[in-house]
Design a protein around this ligand. Structure first.
Ligand code: SAM
Length: 201
């Protein structure tokens, strides 16, 4: 990854200091409800920047056996491994997202995009596209507001995301999130993107 001071050490320190206000403590409603309506449980799913992995546990326990967890910090992954004993070890990736290799049907986004310095947003889009199979989807939530304090989290708005993602994705949904968890009501967008066959770059 280029030009990023928000490195492994930064995130591990946040976990060790328990400075993890982003952690909802359980699967969040937008991701839960999205997973609940999926019929095909055989799909290969990646959740990058998953932290303690509440969404991963929920998916796994609800039949999505090919869900993968990835995080740059080992600290939450260790906790995850200790909590979810029957989770396949080869589906736990302690790695920088930008160095990960694989092919997924679905990638779920939750408070990972906003954790990255905005300078990496184009790289994020390109990497997501690379990691998705043809017709693969990137689905989840993004902050649709700007924050007063310097991030993370780094915010944004619908127009900016529209422009950013339409380079490489067909935008199926990008709208105010109707089922945010209480602290995030009114601040999130729900989005669903399909890997495009074309590229505008
Ligand atoms: C704001 S936290 C969100 C964690 C989790 N998604 C949640 O909702 O609880 C951002 C996470 O992204 C991870 N992260 C940051 N940069 C990363 C990178 N380049 N590759 C993989 N993980 C990264 C951090 O370690 C952290 O766990």
């Amino acid at each position: 990854m280029t030009n990023n001071l928000l490195d492994e050490k930064y995130w591990t320190t946040r976990y060790l200091n328990k400075s993890t206000a982003w952690d909802a403590g359980e699967v969040t409603l937008p991701i839960k409800q999205y997973l609940d309506q999926l019929i095909n449980k055989k799909i290969k799913i990646l959740i990058p920047g998953a932290g303690n992995g509440h969404e991963v546990i929920y998916a796994f326990e609800n039949g999505f056996k090919s869900v993968h967890i990835l995080d740059i910090s080992q600290t939450p992954l260790k906790r995850f491994e200790e909590t979810c004993l029957d989770f396949p070890k080869d589906q736990i990736h302690h790695q920088d997202f930008f160095e990960h290799e694989g092919q997924y049907d679905l990638i779920l986004e939750q408070t990972f995009f906003c954790a990255l310095p905005p300078i990496l947003r184009i790289e994020y889009v390109n990497k997501m596209k690379e990691l998705l199979k043809p017709n693969g989807k990137l689905v989840g939530v993004l902050f649709g507001i700007d924050f007063e304090k310097e991030g993370p989290p780094f915010g944004g708005d619908r127009e900016e995301y529209q422009k950013l993602f339409s380079r490489e994705f067909e935008i199926m949904k990008l709208e105010p999130c109707r089922n945010s968890i209480p602290p995030r009501i009114g601040s999130e967008l729900f989005f669903m993107l399909r890997k495009a066959q074309y590229s505008r770059t």
